[in-house]
Write a protein that binds this ligand. Structure first.
Ligand code: ZN
Length: 252
């Protein structure tokens, strides 16, 4: 079994709960992280350390990209959070540890192929930045977008980025994770799977989300965690918008 985690967003309580759930299964051989370990949340360093020690691979998310190259296209509060994250990481002691974190961030790959699986943060054609949304299937949306995205991978593509877990099918449907409680068979056909967000779910389910892949099917896992702990830490940091704390309770 493979576990995919994504969009942790410096939420250590959520990350710990997800890793404990993974460990409790006893069947997960490898964990892959699809990016956005930092941003919005209060514990970037702790999350980077833990993800680096537990994951086989970490991909570049748009928040890591913003940290390194500038938060272009971010709204003001998200940009402030990135600036605070950068400051926090620049103060990490000892210096060797600080350099190790910087080196890790600078060397994150933007895509990874695993047999017939493609792993990216955003989308196959724009691995770091592009959102693949349910609304891309609605009437009036650019009809070429999904065609081009589905042409960009061989069989299965695992993404994060939108914080909305579920499965996009080749015939242009979106099946939300909430409707797939017994898992979803992906052994036949072509699918794009959004693995959800560990640290900031946005599907109105506040529990941390991650995804298991058995080689045959995907299973979306929801894990309760101490939201109050993370929210309290967000509120203690002046530079982090208090709304980042409030939204955790609503899962949006
Ligand atoms: Zn994210």
């Amino acid at each position: 079994m493979i576990a995919f985690i994504s969009d942790i967003h410096a939420n250590l309580a959520a990350l710990n709960a997800v890793l404990a759930d993974i460990d409790s299964l006893g069947t997960v051989e490898r964990i892959f992280c699809l990016g956005d370990v930092v941003g919005y949340g209060p514990q970037p360093r702790e999350c980077i350390d833990l993800v680096a020690s537990r994951c086989k691979l970490i991909l570049m998310g748009n928040h890591e990209h913003a940290l390194l190259y500038g938060a272009y296209g971010f709204h003001a509060a998200a940009k402030r959070a990135i600036d605070w994250t950068r400051d926090t990481l620049q103060k990490v002691q000892p210096v060797a540890q600080r350099k190790a974190i910087l080196e890790l961030l600078q060397n994150l790959p933007i895509r990874h192929e695993l047999g017939d699986l493609l792993l990216v943060h955003g989308s196959p054609r724009d691995p770091v930045m592009e959102y693949v949304l349910e609304s891309d299937l609605w009437e009036g949306a650019d009809p070429d977008k999904m065609d081009s995205i589905f042409a960009g991978f061989q069989r299965l593509c695992f993404v994060g980025h939108t914080h909305r877990p579920g499965v996009f099918t080749a015939d242009r449907c979106f099946l939300p994770a909430g409707d797939l409680e017994d898992g979803f068979d992906v052994s036949d056909g072509k699918y794009l799977v959004n693995v959800g967000s560990v640290g900031q779910p946005r599907d109105r389910n506040p529990r941390a989300c991650y995804t298991l892949y058995s080689g045959q099917a995907v299973y979306f896992r929801r894990v309760a965690y101490d939201i109050e702990d993370t929210a309290g830490r967000v509120r203690e940091v002046e530079a982090l918008d208090k709304r980042f704390a409030d939204r955790l309770f609503r899962g949006e």
